[in-house]
Design a protein around this ligand. Structure first.
Ligand SMILES: [Zn+2]
Length: 459
């Protein structure tokens, strides 16, 4: 039983409660900060309207119920990366609840979506230039707008946990709420994992997995933890409720600390921020402005272009890829061919030129391998594919008389393969075709060559 807690940094220009820039990656430590995000006494936070909007848009995309009334709370704890001694978060009145995310025909329930601020970062020995006895704090990240999306424990395998996070990233990017790059820490996934005997209705004791920096790490950490817990229970032991870190170098989880309970944080309403009222007409406007979501895009690609599940998956991973595909088809390329070329070659041509290239292959002017060469040349030189074909004399040999001569020569030079084919060995044709290809420097129209070979061999 796996539940996910995903934090996403929101795409806003300024931080959650102050005017500092959110463009802090690569900035010198403690340079994108002010009195507010440094937690100086007496300063007042002001909520970032754009961040509230991003949370509501994401929650709508996840089919959540949006709260009419919502408020911020203080989550109190001491840690050196938290200068105020509390994090402004949301406790009992989150912005949204009760949503869902579809994974194929499975539906994962979303418990809640709320808005909070990020903490600073500690640099320990090894990360920084300092000695083993020191740690440094960088507060550039302090006060970044952060959205937390919590799911019910509806996921059932490491694959599903990974697929959930990937799908969520797609939704965040589609609505423009977050760039959601895991390696940059813009998307952080924590998994709550428990196991129970098959058929049991009770939830087992869960552990919370942290330090997960990629989708691959998420998959491996969950898979490892499932196995560890099963081994523990089957060996007569028990699972302890705790936070466990994922060690990338050792490929295992390790105990970090025993789990604190919610009451330890002494949550109380943030007195410096007014409660927010999310007006239904404003929410309706945001709902109407939502773009096509990844699930909708997949459904449309499959239906409108009759593509396979594989093609749809590949084309829909990045919205730029899906756009190139649709524009290439609109420019005249057959959908299946356009999908193959885009998936197989990751072209950087614009749709017009890509469609022109595909047209040359479909018409038989050049064969597929020549097409790949033309693509590379067109990309490197910026010239149109048709121009490249003309200049390099790449057009394939489709002239029947010309190719016929080559075929006859190949048959004469390879009597054994010819005899094999005549005696019923179909695969001998492949060897002869390879010779034809060689003899024409790869420019033969292979379909025509195969026809001519069969025709002459069967005579
Ligand atoms: Zn600030």
């Amino acid at each position: 039983m796996i539940g996910m807690e995903v934090h996403a940094q929101l795409s806003t220009r300024s931080k959650m409660f102050c005017g500092c820039t959110t463009d802090y990656i690569g900035a010198p430590p403690n340079s994108t900060v002010c009195e507010v995000c440094l937690g100086m006494p007496g300063v007042l936070p002001v909520a970032n309207a754009r961040a509230v909007e991003q949370v509501v848009r994401t929650a709508l995309a996840l089919e959540c119920e949006i709260s009419r009334h919502t408020k911020f709370d203080r989550k109190n704890y001491f840690y050196p990366d938290l200068p105020k001694g509390y994090q402004i978060s949301q406790y009992d009145m989150p912005m949204a609840r009760s949503g869902r995310l579809s994974l194929g025909d499975r539906e994962i329930r979303i418990t809640r979506v709320h808005l909070e601020e990020d903490t600073g970062r500690l640099l320990h020995a090894g990360d920084a230039l300092e000695t083993a006895s020191e740690s440094l704090v960088d507060l550039n990240r302090s006060g970044m707008p952060l959205m937390e999306i919590v799911s019910e424990p509806d996921l059932r395998s490491a694959e599903e946990a990974r697929d959930y996070a990937v799908e969520l990233r797609g939704i965040l990017r589609a609505v423009g709420a977050s760039e959601a790059d895991m390696e940059k820490g813009q998307l952080r996934a924590e998994a709550n994992v428990s196991v129970r005997p098959r058929g049991s209705q009770e939830l087992g004791v869960k552990t919370e997995l942290k330090n997960i920096n990629s989708f691959r790490a998420l998959y491996r950490a969950v898979a490892y933890e499932i196995e560890r817990q099963v081994r523990e229970l089957e060996g007569g032991g028990r699972v302890v409720q705790e936070t466990r870190g994922w060690s990338e170098s050792e490929q295992r989880t390790f105990s970090q600390r025993s789990k604190e309970f919610a009451q330890d944080y002494r949550y109380f309403p943030e007195p410096d921020l007014p409660p927010l009222e999310l007006r239904p007409d404003w929410v309706a406007q945001l709902r109407a402005s939502l773009p096509e979501l990844p699930g909708e895009l997949r459904g449309r690609l499959a239906e409108q272009y009759a593509l396979s599940k594989f093609d749809v998956e590949q084309l829909s991973q990045e919205s730029a890829t899906a756009r190139l595909f649709e524009q290439t088809v609109a420019a005249g390329a057959p959908p299946k061919q356009a999908a193959n070329w885009i998936i197989g070659n990751a072209p950087t041509l614009d749709a017009q030129r890509l469609a022109e290239l595909i047209g040359l292959v479909v018409a038989g002017t050049i064969n597929r391998e020549q097409g790949v060469r033309v693509l590379e040349e067109a990309q490197a030189s910026g010239r149109a594919p048709g121009e490249v074909v003309r200049e390099q004399g790449l057009a394939q040999v489709s002239d029947e008389a010309q190719l016929g001569l080559v075929v006859e020569q190949v048959i004469a030079e390879n009597p054994r393969a010819a005899a094999d084919f005549r005696s019923g060995k179909q695969q001998a044709l492949g060897a002869l075709l390879a010779r034809v290809k060689e003899a024409t420097g790869g420019s033969a129209n292979m379909r025509l060559a195969a026809q001519l070979l069969r025709h002459r061999l069967i005579q």
